[in-house]
Design a protein around this ligand. Structure first.
Ligand code: PAF
Length: 338
């Protein structure tokens, strides 16, 4: 533990070496370790991951690290919300009752950039030196179309975090569905044992109880009006596509219905908010390939029985880019369980 860290009743570690000493005790005591990786600016969505980990593991570790490698040079690394004292205060208040007692977060890993990238790190992939992890063939679709270097940065830092933390189970939110599925594939491809692929748990998206807006640290960039009346249009659009899909409309028609919702919202705000749809798409959860325009639900079910479809979208509200998704069909086959 380092004295430069804020005071906190939960043990904080800023070096891999100091964390490993703590981890050794957990091995000696045969305790399971749940892990929730985060970039901080914690909200109720993160806390739902932590509660799930507390319920399923003897010990729960979080990491808070804003990872430069997953931000392109033009993205919001410099302004990304950093709220460590508030994050720690939230974690100190968190507890879950299990048979035999109460569990609270056991440790927080808050490494420096140098600790995570001993060879240094540039946001420009051309300039990068050292070791990087790429899940080839799965990082260029969906989010990867707009953010081509994002998943390389995520896969790299999560590999490092898994190596450092050695979790029994790790918890990721459904809001970043491509991230979670790609990381599960990575654990399989790299033969990782901490966690095993089936122990990478995907937890359903937490939504604002009034507007259904998916909770995200980036919602902090929005004004109250944008958050309450404009941003929820993305989820409404996805819902419109879902209803059309259930009614057996073609994929192209489902997407048109979703786009119409965003167009209506644009008319309503009448230029007072810069609202731009990035994409709404349907993708195969195994390959991330785009579902063909003519495909309907019944055809899809005949084509790949039991496999769901990822319906996802991204939208700009001013300078803030928001993402969301719905699983059409059997979400439990992707290991997403309430
Ligand atoms: O989802 C996130 O917050 C980040 O992508 C993660 C998994 C913590 C890696 O930096």
């Amino acid at each position: 533990m380092s004295s430069s860290l804020p005071a906190c009743s939960i043990p904080l570690f800023d070096t891999v070496a100091s964390y490993r000493q703590w981890r050794r005790n957990a091995y000696d005591e045969k305790k399971s370790v749940g892990f929730v990786p985060t970039m901080g600016a914690l909200h109720e969505g993160h806390l739902s991951l932590v509660r799930r980990s507390l319920a399923e593991n003897d010990l729960t570790v979080l990491s808070i690290f804003v990872n430069p490698a997953q931000f392109a040079p033009h993205e919001d690394l410099a302004t990304y919300p950093r709220t460590l004292p508030r994050d720690l205060a939230l974690l100190e208040q968190l507890s879950v009752s299990v048979s035999g007692g109460t569990r609270t977060p056991s440790a927080v890993f808050v490494p420096t950039v140098h600790e995570m990238y001993p060879s240094g790190i540039s946001q420009n992939t051309e300039e990068q030196k050292g070791t990087f992890v790429e899940v080839k063939g799965y990082g260029h679709q969906m989010e990867g179309r707009t953010r081509p270097t994002f998943f390389r940065g995520v896969a790299t830092v999560v590999t490092k975090l898994f190596n450092a933390i050695e979790p029994t189970r790790a918890y990721f939110g459904q809001k970043d569905i491509q991230q979670a599925l790609l990381l599960r594939r990575m654990t399989r491809d790299l033969l990782l044992s901490h966690p095993e692929p089936q122990d990478l748990i995907i937890v359903p998206t937490t939504r604002d109880p009034v507007t259904s807006l998916a909770l995200s640290s980036r919602n902090a960039y929005l004004t109250a009006h944008e958050r309450e009346s404009v941003a929820p249009a993305l989820y409404s659009a996805l819902q419109a596509a879902r209803v059309a899909w259930e009614g057996n409309a073609s994929k192209a028609e489902c997407i048109r219905r979703a786009e119409a919702i965003i167009e209506d919202k644009k008319r309503e705000v009448n230029g007072s908010v810069d609202l731009r749809l990035d994409y709404i798409e349907m993708n195969d959860p195994d390959s991330f390939e785009v579902v063909s325009d003519a495909m309907s639900r019944q055809q899809w079910e005949g084509h790949v029985a039991g496999r769901p479809v990822i319906l996802s979208g991204a939208m700009w509200v001013g300078k803030t880019r928001l993402i969301d998704n719905i699983i059409l069909g059997a979400a439990h086959t992707l290991g997403i369980v309430e």
